[in-house]
Design a protein around this ligand. Structure first.
Ligand SMILES: [Ca+2]
Ligand SMILES: [Ca+2]
Length: 291
């Protein structure tokens, strides 16, 4: 039976060392969740009755017989804007277009830093999605697929049989979901050595009649913003309202290191001023004990 120690939100925010934490050395502390996280989990249950099971699983997981969980990483990215985090990296940006220019190619991996939301309500990791590819006078302008993977690499994990991952995904500006004309705009969550936990599309584009901009999350042909924790809270665009999705996964894992890949594959190629994303409140816990 696990013991929950609820750290204060203040101590959570002021904790500058978000790396591997030594909490698992403490035999009494098998799960350490800040009060703010417990409140969010409760809020998720209240907000999202269609998705009760994953939320309850996240809450009840440490109470399952013989199961213990220990938080090994958490980051709210609340340091001064432009802070870098050595455990986070980006792939190179790759792009492809049947029309030349801009054609296909790759750009150097950009720096990964935190930023402020447009309305300064949140500090988070971003903006991702890539720069503009080519120029508006290119014959292939607006028809380019752009891919980027942002990775979290953790090592020296204590012995475990599974990992629990939770994070907030910020979907920003005019994502078009499964639109035949302007999409698909995809987001993929995967471990470098498997498994893939999510491969879907998101839409902030309400023009479903003209653009076919439905999204595949949480199920095919969902309306834009379906399943979001909140919309329009980041201040980016009033028409293509930004959305925050709170995602939770528990998956089998046993080695002492992990590389978690957060990937976007966006179609248009006008850069993060047009379609962008970010990450916040990333928490990784190791799970030990009986199945
Ligand atoms: Ca934050
Ligand atoms: Ca698009």
């Amino acid at each position: 039976m696990g013991v929950i120690h609820a750290a204060t939100e203040k101590s959570f925010k002021e904790n500058k060392d978000f790396k591997q934490r030594p909490s698992w050395h403490d035999p009494e502390m098998v799960l350490r969740l800040p009060e703010c996280m417990l409140r969010r989990m409760n809020q998720k249950v209240q907000d999202n009755r269609d998705n009760l099971f994953p939320a309850l699983l996240a809450i009840l997981l440490p109470y399952a017989s013989g199961t213990q969980a220990a938080m090994v990483y958490s980051n709210a990215f609340n340091e001064p804007m432009g802070t870098t985090y050595p455990e986070w990296s980006s792939s190179s940006i790759t792009y492809s277009n049947k029309i030349n220019p801009p054609g296909s190619g790759s750009l150097p991996a950009p720096m990964v830093t935190n930023t402020n939301s447009a309305n300064h309500a949140q500090q988070f990791l971003g903006l991702f999605g890539g720069p503009p590819i080519g120029v508006p006078t290119d014959p292939g302008w607006n028809r380019t697929r752009v891919d980027q993977t942002v990775s979290l690499s953790l090592s020296n994990l204590p012995p475990h049989r599974a990992l629990h991952l939770s994070f907030d995904l910020y979907i920003i500006r005019s994502w078009d979901g499964d639109s035949p004309a302007y999409g698909p705009d995809r987001f993929i969550l995967s471990m470098a050595n498997g498994p893939t936990l999510l491969d879907t599309t998101f839409s902030n584009n309400p023009k479903t009649n003209s653009d076919g901009s439905f999204q595949s999350y949480p199920a095919p042909n969902s309306a834009p913003w379906t399943g979001a924790l909140s919309t329009g809270t980041l201040g980016y665009d009033r028409f293509f309202r930004d959305a925050i999705y709170r995602l939770n996964y528990t998956f089998p894992h046993a080695t002492n290191r992990v590389k978690i890949n957060f990937t976007s594959s966006l179609f248009e190629g006008r850069g993060s001023a047009d379609e962008a994303w970010g990450l916040d409140n990333v928490i990784v816990s190791t799970v030990t004990g009986a199945d």
